[in-house]
Design a protein around this ligand. Structure first.
Ligand SMILES: Cc1cc2nc3c(=O)[nH]c(=O)nc-3n(C[C@H](O)[C@H](O)[C@H](O)COP(=O)(O)OP(=O)(O)OC[C@H]3O[C@@H](n4cnc5c(N)ncnc54)[C@H](O)[C@@H]3O)c2cc1C
Length: 541
């Protein structure tokens, strides 16, 4: 049977935010573009559509409005300290520098596509041992990632050159053909009708996302500083982020780097309404909850508190014999602080409804709490500590959690509030107080108070797993987003002239522009930035 053959100027493999951004810039230059997207039309936009929509910018109007003093130099210090780059890393560092000097361009690009931001900037990943964000930089898209993608798709559809774009859904790219050092075609399977296709073009852009949707790949590349991979790892990534195209690029001599560097989360629960196999939901864990090991003991030496250093949280949980954890909280804490990362369950901001958004900030995320209470077995509610412990053990089918351990954990926290004691002697309370100094966090974080107070009952325990999310490594690229070859014995690397990699597929630039840690909100922005670079090079800008 003859294969269907498609011809165009540029083929983009993957219709996530990086693929869409590249397509927009190529259409601006009147190029003909084909997007091959394995997923269904309603999923166009990839992970960005499910994302929270936080974007990292420096010196933004929102920061200036809130009198936050920031600078490129300061951001570079924070980024490089947090990244803890390997000293041999070259391209990741170059990309980090390049992006940090250009965040205003990404900001202007999204604003020109009618994307708006919530005025209060969030302050995440402040750092513990390693300096993180020294000022707030996480800008929330009004409408979350869902609104961001909606704006970009609207922009695409109303583009004067829209006729130059062909989007082929349910088209899985599977292999490349290379002749005389140049890629000439990509072939694959139309999964809708099980027919094969070939797409020939001048240029090829890989925008297929990372590898973190494949638990096999995640386990294979598990970071050595994280012990062995946990028995349960939830999938918080794309089901088609399976690394197939990474492997094909590698087979052609392309260099793949830093795959062990992943940005995984510590507070995952099985999604109550899963849309893919092993689908996990990443909770924004309350700072005032007690984060306990699998036995119900407080963890340390620095207690586990969100928004300081996500990598530290994952490291501590993975150090244990059983690599999951518990958070215990009460109803008051849940209503004030429990959240979820993503566009789902955040209806107020997703639907751009200011009243419903402010209501959820002030009164709690009822949609989320109701869903968890009703449909998540990992969310346990109890009227006494005894009942809580019984239910925790029933869930795991073990006797790992003892009443004494939970009581001791609660007492060690609550005793800080006894007469004569200084609450700031407790490291967790210190971190809560530090966060509350920023108005944006004060609204979402309870003033430190005794945990075991009947008026704040019922008690809640949440069993939390490691959730696989983002690949910080990937296909190595130069600053034009062109793929680089595996170095020969003299250390020289071939440049693949007409093969580009962008977004998460390229480890957000250079095969690892974040090093070991990210300041957050840096994924969506670097996806756009790497795509801009590829498009600019193709059109000779
Ligand atoms: C819940 C959630 C919240 C997040 N929140 C934030 C946030 O607030 N801020 C932030 O910066 N980042 C956030 N992220 C991360 C961010 O959304 C992603 O890193 C980013 O969207 C990746 O975009 P991408 O285009 O590189 O890849 P993807 O979005 O993964 O898109 C890749 C596309 O390629 C397709 N594909 C894969 N293989 C093939 C193939 N062989 N053939 C054809 N098509 C293929 C896939 O179907 C997919 O549509 C979040 C992610 C999630 C899941």
């Amino acid at each position: 049977m003859t294969k269907k053959t498609i011809q165009t100027d540029t083929v983009i493999i993957g219709g996530g935010i990086s693929g869409i951004a590249a397509a927009i810039d190529l259409l601006d230059a009147n190029k003909k573009v084909v997007i091959l997207e394995r997923d269904l039309p309603e999923k166009f936009g990839g992970l960005a559509k499910e994302s929270f929509g936080g974007m990292f910018f420096i010196n933004s109007p929102q920061q200036k409005f809130s009198k936050i003093k920031d600078s490129v130099d300061q951001a570079k210090k924070d980024w490089f300290s947090f990244a803890e780059f390997d000293e041999k890393e070259v391209w990741g560092k170059k990309w980090a520098n390049e992006y940090l000097e250009s965040t205003h361009m990404v900001y202007e690009w999204v604003r020109s596509k009618k994307v708006n931001f919530f005025p209060v900037v969030h302050w995440v990943e402040r750092g513990l041992e390693h300096q993180g964000n020294s000022v707030p930089r996480f800008h929330m898209v009004w409408g979350t990632g869902h609104g961001l993608i909606e704006a970009l798709i609207n922009h695409l559809k109303s583009h004067p050159n829209y006729k130059n774009l062909q989007i082929l859904f349910q088209h899985k790219a599977e292999d490349f053909k290379m002749e005389n050092g140049k890629i000439t075609e990509v072939s694959g399977l139309n999964e809708k009708d099980n027919t094969t296709f070939i797409c020939q073009a001048e240029n090829f852009i890989v925008a297929t996302g990372g590898i973190n949707g494949s638990m096999k790949k995640v386990r294979e590349h598990w970071h050595k500083e994280w012990n062995s991979p946990p028995k349960i790892i939830l999938n918080g990534s794309h089901q088609y982020s399976d690394g197939l195209i990474h492997d094909k690029v590698n087979d052609m001599g392309g260099n793949i780097t830093n795959l062990d560097l992943m940005w995984n989360y510590a507070a995952g629960i099985p999604h109550p309404y899963p849309k893919r196999e092993n689908h996990g939901l990443s909770l924004v864990p309350p700072k005032s909850a007690l984060w306990l090991n699998y036995k119900g003991e407080r963890m340390g030496p620095t207690p586990l508190v969100t928004s300081y250093d996500t990598r530290y949280l994952v490291t501590k949980i993975c150090e244990q014999e059983k690599q999951y954890s518990w958070q215990i909280l009460n109803k008051k804490i849940a209503y004030k602080e429990l959240g979820v990362s993503g566009s789902e369950f955040n209806d107020g901001i997703k639907n751009k409804n200011i009243f419903s958004f402010l209501f959820s900030v002030l009164k709690g995320n009822k949609i989320l709490i109701n869903a968890l209470e009703k449909d998540s077995p990992n969310y346990i509610v109890a009227d006494s500590i005894e009942e809580l412990v019984k239910k925790m053990n029933a869930l795991t089918g073990t006797n790992d959690v003892s009443l004494e351990a939970i009581q001791k954990s609660i007492d060690s926290y609550d005793s800080n509030f006894d007469n004569g004691n200084n609450i700031e002697d407790d490291e967790q309370i210190k971190l809560i107080m530090k966060a509350r100094k920023y108005t944006g966090d004060k609204k979402r974080t309870l003033k430190p108070q005794k945990f075991d107070t009947k008026k704040n009952y019922p008690l809640i325990a949440i069993r939390e797993f490691i959730l696989s999310r983002k690949s910080l490594g990937g296909i190595q690229t130069n600053l034009n987003s062109q793929v680089l070859g595996i170095a020969n014995k003299n250390g020289e690397q071939q440049v693949f002239d007409n093969l580009y990699a962008v977004g998460e597929a390229a480890g957000f630039g250079g095969g690892g522009s974040h090093g070991k840690r990210t300041l957050e909100g840096t994924f969506l922005t670097t996806c756009i930035f790497t795509a801009q670079k590829a498009a600019n090079h193709i059109i000779g800008k």
